[in-house]
Design a protein around this ligand. Structure first.
Ligand SMILES: Cc1cc2nc3c(=O)[nH]c(=O)nc-3n(C[C@H](O)[C@H](O)[C@H](O)COP(=O)(O)OP(=O)(O)OC[C@H]3O[C@@H](n4cnc5c(N)ncnc54)[C@H](O)[C@@H]3O)c2cc1C
Length: 328
């Protein structure tokens, strides 16, 4: 591993001051579950690490009828927090399924949201792909069984964060802080689609900014369902997953929010699925029709067409869970 400096600021301001205007020169470190692995693999080689665990908050406070979660909070604490469980059960459900108990005990909210893609070409120092300053993506002609089926190109990564999906579904806002002060960015606008202008990044965070809080609006009477499909129940990322929120008017859906994970370079909202659900009473047939709509535009690569059915199943079961019709 390349030698690096380590600073341990005690507050947000000092942490920001220790960052750099240049990408990857100085990087914040939370639990280090992602960053240290990239450093050991020579994929990311910063000159300085800025520990944010003492500089940022790790608590949950009430805010405007909702909750404000500090970015240094560990995922295990998110999964077990009584108010999060009660008000935003899909967030707790996503947190408890992340990785392994060790990862959840170490990994932070800020690190989870800002972790880099798991694409094996990106993670291998031998492959200088778009994401590392190269001029190609090795995925279309390569091993692509876990890559994007929606919104892919010029890179075909899927966003790796489990927490990002329910945060987008609940309409969370991220608080960022940089040398010029704070800015608030809706979660749905934080994550960016790959484009040649911004191909090395997955979000709008500037190199000298930190994500400090996730602000969740008042949940109202929304019902939620979260469903993940994985090869194995631990030590793995999902193949596809979905968070579904339903606002009911009696037995009919008044409004729905359907967001999928592990299928696209960003948390992928399906308004087509939401429209299928609007005004309906949830039945297995309605859930299946919405899932069908959610995947209608899918463009699989050579080895990942199977993910279409997996994602449909995740959406369908998340809808049924939200409606209280499926408990497993
Ligand atoms: C076997 C395995 C299975 C896994 N399964 C899942 C899974 O199912 N779902 C899932 O979501 N993840 C999964 N992960 C990934 C793991 O959850 C993440 O690596 C972890 O959440 C990262 O958090 P961290 O605090 O350790 O981040 P770090 O490694 O400390 O940081 C990650 C990145 O975020 C940046 N960063 C950290 N904090 C901030 C901040 N406050 N503001 C701005 N940037 C910041 C860092 O500079 C770095 O680039 C898995 C990992 C492994 C090894």
């Amino acid at each position: 591993m390349k030698p690096f400096a380590y600073v341990n600021p005690a507050n947000e301001k000092d942490a920001v001051a220790a960052l750099s205007k240049e990408y990857e020169k100085a990087l914040p470190i939370g639990g280090g579950q992602d960053l240290l692995a990239r450093m050991k693999d020579y994929v990311t080689q910063p000159d300085r690490l800025v520990n944010v665990k003492n500089a940022l908050e790790s608590t949950v406070v009430a805010a405007g009828g909702g909750l404000k979660i500090g970015a240094a909070m560990k995922m295990v604490d998110v999964a077990e927090h009584a108010q999060i469980l009660r008000m935003y059960p899909a967030v707790a459900a996503a947190a408890i399924e992340v990785g392994t108990p060790q990862i959840r005990n170490q990994g932070t909210v800020g690190g989870n949201l800002n972790q880099r893609p798991r694409c094996w070409y990106f993670r291998n120092e031998e492959f200088v792909c778009f994401k590392k300053g190269g001029n190609t993506c090795f995925t279309p002609a390569g091993e692509n069984q876990f890559h994007a089926i929606l919104g892919g190109g010029p890179t075909f990564i899927v966003h790796p964060s489990s927490l990002a999906v329910p945060f987008v579904a609940y309409g969370a806002t991220f608080r960022l802080v940089g040398p010029a002060g704070e800015r608030l960015v809706p979660a749905a606008e934080y994550f960016t689609m790959p484009s040649l202008q911004n191909i090395q990044r997955e979000n709008v965070l500037q190199p000298n900014e930190l994500l400090t809080h996730v602000i969740l609006p008042a949940p109202g009477t929304v019902k939620s369902g979260h469903y993940e499909v994985r090869y194995k129940t631990s030590h793995d990322w999902p193949i596809a997953f979905a968070t579904v929120l339903l606002t009911m008017n009696g037995s009919a859906v008044q409004g729905a929010r359907v967001v999928m994970g592990a299928v696209a370079p960003v948390p992928w909202r399906s308004q087509a699925a939401e429209q299928v659900l609007a005004g309906k009473t949830i039945t297995p047939e309605v859930a299946a029709a919405a899932a069908e709509a959610a995947l209608r535009g899918a463009m699989p690569l050579s080895q990942n067409a199977y993910k279409i059915q997996v994602a449909k199943t995740a959406v369908e079961r998340a809808i049924l869970r939200a409606a209280g019709l499926q408990t497993v």
